[in-house]
Design a protein around this ligand. Sequence first.
Ligand code: NAP
Length: 310
Amino acid sequence: MIYDTIIIGSGSAGLSAAIYASRAEMDFIVIEKIFMGTGQIAESERVDNYPGLYGESGYDLGEKFRSHAETLGARFIEGEVTKITPKNGIYTVSLEDGSEFETRTVIYAAGASHRKLGIKGEEELSGRGVSYCAVCDGAFYKNKVAAVIGGGDTALGDAVYLSKIASKVYLIHRRDEFRANKSLCRKVAEAGNIETVMSAVPTEIFGENRVEGIRIERNGREETLAVNGVFVAVGTVPGSEPLKGVVEMDSGGYIIAGEDCVTSDKGIFAAGDVRTKPLRQVVTAAADGANSVYSAEKYLSENGGAFREI
Ligand code: NAP
């Protein structure tokens, strides 16, 4: 069978696309790398900026998106997409297990994954004190000392979250000012047990079997901080690998596409964090889900398919 579209990714963008594709009565499947996944939103303790759902936990919001898509009939397939091959207006989507699916359009919403620091000890102690998700692992740090690395919304949000559990949190940032929003900066300042360590570059995470501390370089001098855990929150890298050489990307690997999600290949649409965009938020990812289906429907109607009301 040749699908109208295959949605790749089940984060906010992919699930929103699934809702719109269901309502447009498209023949489609969603391919997701993680069974029953909902993407990065599941890692947010609390979402205060999604209209109408103030204070919702990220996990619950993701579950609501997912059950909404399921209620409308979306079908999910677990698997990792390794390659997307265009040929004569049909795209073959290849999975790691060797299976292949054919489709007339692709909505690529594979999101982004955690960027690594790439320093000594990070990989070795991953899962033994080094974490990329404060909401997932924060509970282990009751009355302990944690460090958070980064200066963006994620790092400051993580530091505030951990400050309610840990006895002390070091917030280590490589520059002398944060890029996070003002509200988070205020919460960090008000927390009382967050010590900001500015203009400091982490050089090593160390420990026998578990994290025992982190070394940083500040003002040309090496310093050591004793911590029980290190939360790395230094941004994300796009999951665009399967489309390398197929669609145009920027130097960071983000797929070049505007608000209509149209890429350099007219049958492939990029939605959510994986595309070039100024603001990566749940609300903009969900909007991309809608726009990508609208664009895919338009493309199908112009190329021999029916355009249905969405
Ligand atoms: P981000 O905004 O890209 O910030 C990454 C931070 O890590 C920056 O402060 C950066 O430093 C630092 N960094 C990068 N590489 C580093 C390295 N090798 N060593 C040390 N530090 C490094 O990433 P993010 O905070 O994950 O946010 C991603 C997107 O999601 C943003 O658009 C953000 O607004 C959004 N988001 C929104 C919310 C919310 O609205 N509540 C919550 C979470 C995320 P520099 O500042 O020096 O570049």
